[in-house]
Design a protein around this ligand. Sequence first.
Ligand SMILES: Cc1cc2nc3c(=O)[nH]c(=O)nc-3n(C[C@H](O)[C@H](O)[C@H](O)COP(=O)(O)OP(=O)(O)OC[C@H]3O[C@@H](n4cnc5c(N)ncnc54)[C@H](O)[C@@H]3O)c2cc1C
Length: 297
Amino acid sequence: MIMSKILKKIKRALPDSKCGIEYLSAYTSIRVGGKALIVYPRSIGDIVKIVDICESRDTKYIVLGNGTNILASDGPCDSVIISLKHFVGCSKQGETITVLSGTPLSSVCRFALANNLSGMENLYGIPGTIGGAVYMNAGAYGTSMSDIVDNVTYYFDGKIRYFCVKDLEFDYRHSVFQDLSGAIILSVTCTLASGEHDTIEQKMQEIISLRASSQPNLASAGSVFKRSSAGPVSKMIDSLGLKGKRIGDAEVSTKHAGFIVNCGHASCQDVTKLIKYLKDEVRAHYNVDIECEIIMI
Ligand SMILES: Cc1cc2nc3c(=O)[nH]c(=O)nc-3n(C[C@H](O)[C@H](O)[C@H](O)COP(=O)(O)OP(=O)(O)OC[C@H]3O[C@@H](n4cnc5c(N)ncnc54)[C@H](O)[C@@H]3O)c2cc1C
């Protein structure tokens, strides 16, 4: 009832933006998630209007980048989902690029290549948006977002604000935004270095091949667990012979034990049961508590 009233209000306030009740499973890379009201702002003005409507109705909102690090529950979602899919664009000033937060990270890497800018080749192929990548301090093959981000603008508590890199509290798969509930990253400025087109391109191709050879090609949300103090969790899971362990349609990837894949119609419940099982097994055999990297909504 509340959601249908909010939907009407959003449709009136944002007549040109897509908005409706949809299954989140269509918008998460692991293909799991129940019904939700999803709205697709195109501008900062749209984002401000949506937040105002949610706050006036005492309703929470959740920002969705590309849904590649998310496990959404099976039931209907009681928050409004703000998808930044249509909030995209890149610009360049010298060796600095500024990117709207919904832009896919791989498109940003290609933009850097087109402008002969080096520094983010190792991030090519991470399937999220640049906003999600800042939120998670995503990284691969020795490069993290924290190595290239210069500053971020974001919307919080009724104002557009600015963080320079030292305010972002970047750490392994952590940024300040994880502790700033309701903040929406709007744009990200990165400083790169000029490079040689063919060298950058070759590196990007190498990275894509490495990913293809080591990661499953079934639906997943990437690495389920953060690296633990005792080492890579995938190695512990593998050593316990748990590759291929299955609950419902959720399975520990046979290619990479750090991934849980959706073999067909996995539910959130299947995935969470399998996560609990893996945590219990690792605790029992290694006496280590492992922490999830994926975010539950
Ligand atoms: C096959 C595969 C491979 C992967 N490989 C890697 C890898 O190598 N390295 C790595 O670090 N990760 C990897 N991931 C995980 C994932 O791609 C990253 O964490 C990515 O940065 C998430 O971005 P996203 O846009 O999909 O964010 P989402 O999954 O949509 O959201 C993640 C979190 O960020 C928040 N968020 C997103 N955008 C914003 C915004 N604009 N403002 C505020 N909050 C926001 C969301 O609310 C949510 O809490 C992989 C995932 C898959 C499926």
